[in-house]
Every structure is written in structure tokens, then in C-alpha cells.
Design a protein around this ligand. Structure first.
Ligand code: SIN
Length: 478
């Protein structure tokens, strides 16, 4: 297993402090990795700056070939990387394999988008002039990525950056650096030149300060909490560093009275129990029409009772451990305060003991009689909890859904076509799933509004995040 930083094509331990990576399922120490800071970050930016011109000079098709090769290697080695991912992050092996496929799809999609970066010519206001619009890579970029999708959230930034002709310095999350380093090894094998990709593990504050304090780093893409996004935004003001921020969510999921309940339950399972509910787009508030409320709860309970909780490496497991102790404490606090304020526990409500394992396994939980003012409806839970609120009128459901500063993803289930349009337009979110609990895909623009951040990842839309628009006004001299 690779445990060193990747800087300028070299694997380097640096000889300084290290920190341990723990398996959340059983507390086993998996590895020690460098506790890098300012010095390593500046070395990585040096390497990325040196590598920039030769990488930009390659043709878009050349760069695409390298990205496709990285994708191919990632898929070929999915069982090995998936195992590392499950051990450091906890998600069931089937989900880790799914994440590797998702990660590879961002590389392939971006590789092709990079071959279709078009400029413009604009009719000028005089005959002896021509106006050209060029799209050029922004330069050295940074990526700070989260622990919940440790491979896919890197490739979603790396693919378009490299396809556009940028180089990148990546800081993976402290909980999950090992799958990122494994990806770095594959990048070297795929023919990514030294310095084009650099990966440094370590202190998030020291690394992000060094990134944003260095004017050579022209853009930073961050996925993580709104709180940290705000801090990065303040620090980015020094060098006016461009930012993409994919921040917290607090997704509503509305079930209207005409919904197909089997589809609504399948959608709930897909978006709530994926990664144990630790997904920015997981539904957090279930807003269910009064007339189908009891039937929905019954069907959901039947499905939830079939979910197997356990070590993600074991066959047949659907729900692994949460990432760490604070995650468990937060989930328990949300459940306890809801019950203390009048919510009814339908199932779950506590951790579940598993032999020889840690106590980070939380039972899939359903709460009913939840009201909007409860903490669980105010804050993102990031756990396998379904809190259900009742409604009677469409306007009320949309008002409840929009009653949050966040705006990443929202879901609703209905068979009424005019309602599909009305509600999709009224929801203040960047992503809307209609009868669909799994909207994420490489070809679509992923991102939020309001306190969920700005910028889009995926599809053709992401390319602009890594491109500058230059206008050339050309006056003839003869
Ligand atoms: C996230 O949780 O930030 C990403 C989820 C996704 O891409 O579906």
C-alpha cells in the first residue's frame, strides 16, 4: 500500500511527522502517512508550475489518451483499490466498486470534453478587425477532497483539470488518504508526467493556507463543509484565487399522494442508505403526504429491516460503520433530541454491537411525528436516519423543502406531469431527482446554490471551471 506523498513524480515520506489511518470498522491501524504542511505544499506547487507548460503544449487528444488510460487502470484494479477504500472509509465493498466505476467515468467524460473546448469568432464593428475568443487553461490548480467519496471526488476535479491543460495539487481527506495515493500510483503508470499530478497528505489548515497564499495556484476546488468553505473563501481573497465549492446539503425528499410507493421506497433506500447516509446529496428530511404516510412508513420499514449492518468487507453487507466517533455522536444527538421533542421511533435509534468490531455501526432508523423545528430537520445528519414530516398541500411541501439555507439536492415522487414541472421549478436546489433517488452521473452538472456553494462538476459544464476566457481584438495593418 502506498503511504508517501507524490511530488514531481517522486514518492517522498519527507522524514517529518506522520499520522495514522484507522479502519472505522475495527480500529485497526492501516498505515502511517506524512503530516505535510507548508513546505510540502510549496514543493508540490513548484512541481505543478514546472509541469504546466509542457502539459499545455500536448494536444487535447494526447491528454485525453492519458486520462482514458488512467480510467482503464482504475477499472482493472477496482477490486484492490475498492478494498483499500472500504478499509479506510467503511462503505460496503459493492459500493466501493461502484465508486471506482463512478470515478473512472469522470476521467473518461472529461477526457472527451477536453477535445471539444471551442472558442468563438465574433463579427467586429469594423471591417479591418477580427474578434477571437480563446479558452485557455487556468494554470496550476488545487483540489481538497472529502472522505465520503475518496476516489470519485478526486477524479471529478482531476479529470477536467488535466483535460483542460491544467496541473493539480491534491490534498485528500485525513481519514481516507490511502485510496488517493493508490490512484496516484496508477496515474504514474498511466503516463501522467511528473508534476502534473501531486498528492500531499497532512494538515488541512497548513496545506490550504499554503495553497491560497501562493499566487501561482490559480484555482481551488473544494468539496466539504459549508463552515470550511467560508474560511477558504476568505483566504482566497488574498490572491483572488478562483474557487469551486461543493458544500453541505440538507436534502428534502417529498412523497406526493399520487406517488408510486414502491418507487418512492426504492428511491429512499438509494439516496438515504448509500454510504450509510454520509453523502452530501442524501435525503435528510422526508416530507410525506398525510394520505399515504402510514403506507409509506410500513413499506419503508419492511425494506429497511432487510438491510444488513456489518463490516463492509463482508459479503452481503448493506450498511457499514460511520466514519468516526463524532459522526456517531451527532447522529445519536439528532435522534435523541427528536424523540425527546415528541418524535416516534419506528425502528433503530442506536448503535448495534457487532463482534470484534468498533461501536460505530448505527442501525438504520425511521422516525415519524417529526416536526420542522426539531434539530434533525435543521442540520445535516450524515447518517442512516429517515425523519418523516407530514404535509397536506403542495405549497406546504415546497415551503418545507425550501426552508433551509442549503440548496444542493432535492427529491420528489409523483406521477403528475404538471406537478413535475411546477415543483422542479419551485425547489431552490442545484439538483432535483424526480422519481429518482440516484441522480449523480458524470455527464450532468453537479453542484448547489445558497449555502451549498457554487460551481458545477460533471458534464460539459465543469470545463469552464478550469478555463479562462481570453478575448483577442485583431486589427489588420495593411
Ligand atoms: C458528495 O457526497 O459530495 C458526492 C455525492 C455524489 O457525487 O453523488
Amino acid at each position: 500500500m502506498q503511504t508517501a506523498n507524490l511530488i514531481n513524480g517522486q514518492w517522498t515520506h519527507g522524514g517529518g511527522d506522520t499520522f495514522g489511518v484507522i479502519n472505522p470498522a475495527d480500529d485497526q491501524l492501516l498505515a502511517e502517512v506524512p503530516m505535510s504542511g507548508r513546505q510540502e505544499t510549496l514543493a508540490a506547487i513548484d512541481a505543478a508550475s514546472e509541469a504546466l507548460a509542457p502539459w499545455q503544449e500536448r494536444t487535447a487528444r494526447d491528454r485525453a489518451d492519458v486520462l482514458h488510460e488512467l480510467s482503464r487502470l482504475l477499472l482493472e484494479q477496482a477490486p484492490r483499490i475498492g478494498r483499500i477504500l472500504t478499509m479506510e472509509q467503511g462503505k460496503p465493498m459493492a459500493e466501493s466498486l461502484g465508486e471506482i466505476g463512478y470515478a473512472a467515468s469522470f476521467l473518461d467524460w472529461a477526457a472527451e470534453e477536453g477535445c471539444r473546448i471551442y472558442g468563438d469568432t465574433i463579427p467586429a464593428s469594423s471591417n479591418n478587425k477580427r474578434i477571437l475568443v480563446l479558452k485557455q487553461p487556468v494554470g496550476v490548480t488545487g483540489a481538497i477532497t472529502p472522505w465520503n467519496f475518496p476516489v470519485a471526488m478526486i477524479t471529478r476535479k482531476l479529470g477536467p483539470a488535466l483535460a483542460a491543460g491544467c496541473t493539480q495539487v491534491i490534498k485528500p481527506a485525513e481519514d481516507t488518504p490511502l485510496s488517493a495515493l493508490a490512484l496516484g500510483e496508477l496515474a504514474c503508470e498511466a503516463g501522467v508526467p511528473p508534476g502534473v499530478i501531486n498528492i500531499i497528505t497532512g494538515d488541512p489548515v497548513a496545506i490550504s493556507d499554503a495553497m491560497l497564499g501562493d499566487p501561482r495556484l490559480r484555482k481551488l476546488s473544494f468539496t466539504g463543509s459549508t463552515e470550511v468553505g467560508r474560511i477558504l473563501m476568505q483566504k482566497a481573497s488574498t490572491n483572488l484565487t478562483r474557487l469551486s465549492l461543493e458544500l453541505g446539503g440538507h436534502a428534502p425528499l417529498i412523497v406526493f399522494d399520487d406517488a408510486d410507493l414502491d418507487i418512492a421506497v426504492a428511491g429512499t433506500l438509494a439516496c438515504k442508505f448509500r454510504n450509510m447516509g454520509q453523502t452530501c446529496i442524501s435525503a435528510n428530511r422526508f416530507i410525506v403526504h398525510d394520505s399515504i404516510h402510514d403506507a409509506f412508513i410500513q413499506k419503508l420499514q419492511d425494506s429497511v429491516s432487510a438491510l444488513v449492518v456489518g463490516n463492509g468487507l463482508h459479503e452481503g453487507v448493506h450498511v457499514g460503520p460511520l466514519i468516526n466517533d463524532p459522526a456517531i455522536e451527532k447522529v445519536q444527538q439528532h435522534v435523541d433530541t427528536a424523540v425527546a421533542s415528541g418524535a416516534t421511533l419506528v425502528c433503530g435509534g442506536s448503535t448495534t454491537p457487532i463482534e470484534s468490531m468498533s461501536d460505530r455501526f448505527y442501525q438504520p432508523t425511521i422516525l415519524m411525528d417529526v416536526t420542522p423545528e426539531m434539530l434533525i430537520c435543521q442540520e445535516e445528519t450524515f447518517g442512516p436516519i429517515v425523519p418523516v414530516v407530514r404535509f397536506t398541500e403542495d405549497d406546504e411541501a415546497v415551503r418545507l423543502a425550501n426552508a433551509t439555507p442549503y440548496g444542493l439536492a432535492a427529491y420528489f415522487f409523483t406521477n403528475d406531469a404538471s406537478r413535475v414541472i411546477r415543483v422542479s421549478e419551485a425547489l431552490e436546489y442545484g439538483i432535483v431527482g424526480v422519481n429518482d433517488g440516484a441522480p449523480s452521473t458524470a455527464q450532468a452538472p453537479f453542484g448547489g446554490v445558497k449555502h451549498s456553494g457554487y460551481g458545477r462538476e460533471g458534464g460539459r459544464y465543469v470545463m469552464d471551471e478550469y478555463l479562462e476566457t481570453k478575448y483577442v481584438s485583431w486589427q489588420f495593418t495593411d
